[in-house]
Design a protein around this ligand. Structure first.
Ligand code: SAM
Length: 302
């Protein structure tokens, strides 16, 4: 009888030889996927038998991983902000560092809604997620704020230039029960299509910010992701700059924008903000590891 342990060890070696830096974890996750169980099940039952069909399935998954495909695409799921998101080659795999953007946005919405009692009939607080990809950011926000009792007070728009990515975002919003609170729009940055009904209170965006010349040297897994989800132009900030230029048109007077950037782009992003938005506040927030990560923009209060 062939057991889980028998197939796992050679699989770890196979992935190590193929260059995976997380060979054991990858192999455990993929074995669980092939067997229809989670990783805990794999770890808890090393003596469980593995049938021929299951071995073949596992072997096929391993070969995809050995060729560099990310585990998240092979399994079709990635956890982000404690939620399971469907992922595939239509959109970027959400990264843990983007949870900082979600935390900051939640703080901004809560502070604004708690600052003053909202009169009956007041317009909802409007949040716009530009370049939503899989929908990870907007769905995490809508879920968390809905559970905190802010469901009716906040309306979301999620936009992307990619219709494929937007379709995935819709699927994730439906799966998490928040699709009725999000308007999905295909749009280039803040093209008129994203302007639904009046000014936006908070823009959040994790737009591509990898310099084009750096793309070939990204880890091989990133080569399976859409190029338009990563390529930020010559210095990586083309799209961030483009978005900044359009903010004055859509942001409410007291509104703000939280834009994820690379930790080595602080000086360039602040210089771009000073040029595009003279007289605005521009500050930087760090992630939990202390790395500068989010550019925070808003008009100076008069
Ligand atoms: C880095 S991915 C981020 C996806 C998602 N927000 C996340 O954090 O996982 C950037 C997204 O921006 C989209 N994008 C690229 N250029 C854009 C543009 N000019 N206008 C709108 N979206 C764009 C890409 O299609 C991609 O889905």
């Amino acid at each position: 009888m062939i057991t889980l342990r028998d197939v796992l060890e050679p699989a770890v070696e196979r992935l190590r030889a193929a260059g995976s830096e997380s060979a054991r974890l990858d192999a455990e996750l993929l074995l669980g996927h092939a067997l229809g169980m989670d990783r805990t099940g794999v770890l808890a039952h090393p003596e469980a038998p593995v049938g021929d069909g299951q071995r073949d399935r596992f072997a096929a998954l391993l070969e995809r991983r050995a060729a560099g495909e990310p585990v998240a695409y092979i399994r079709g799921v990635k956890e982000f902000y404690g939620l399971a998101f469907a992922v595939d080659a239509r959109a970027l795999i959400p990264r843990p560092e983007t949870e900082t953007l979600v935390e900051l946005a939640l703080g901004r919405v809560r502070a604004s809604l708690a600052a003053a009692p909202r009169p009956v009939g007041a317009r909802p607080f409007r949040v716009l997620d530009v370049g939503t990809g899989s929908g990870a950011v907007v769905v995490a926000l809508a879920r968390t704020l809905g559970r905190a009792g802010y469901g009716d007070a906040v309306r979301f728009t999620a936009s992307d230039r990619s219709t494929d990515a937007l379709a995935l975002a819709v699927e994730n919003a439906v799966a998490h029960g928040v699709a009725d609170r999000i308007d999905f729009r295909v749009a280039d940055l803040l093209a008129p299509a994203v302007e639904v009904d009046g000014p936006v209170d908070l823009v959040v965006a994790n737009l591509p910010y990898v310099p084009s010349a750096d793309l070939p040297s990204l880890p091989i897994a990133a080569h399976f992701e859409p190029r338009e989800a990563l390529d930020g132009g010559s210095d990586g900030l083309d799209l961030v700059r483009g978005l900044m230029g359009e903010l004055p048109r859509v942001l409410a007077p007291s509104g703000s924008a939280l834009l994820e950037i690379g930790s080595d782009q602080v000086d360039a992003a602040l210089a771009a903000a000073a040029a595009a938005l003279p007289g605005w506040n521009a500050t930087i927030h760090a992630d939990l590891g202390g790395r500068p990560r989010v550019l925070d923009l808003g008009r100076v209060a008069s």
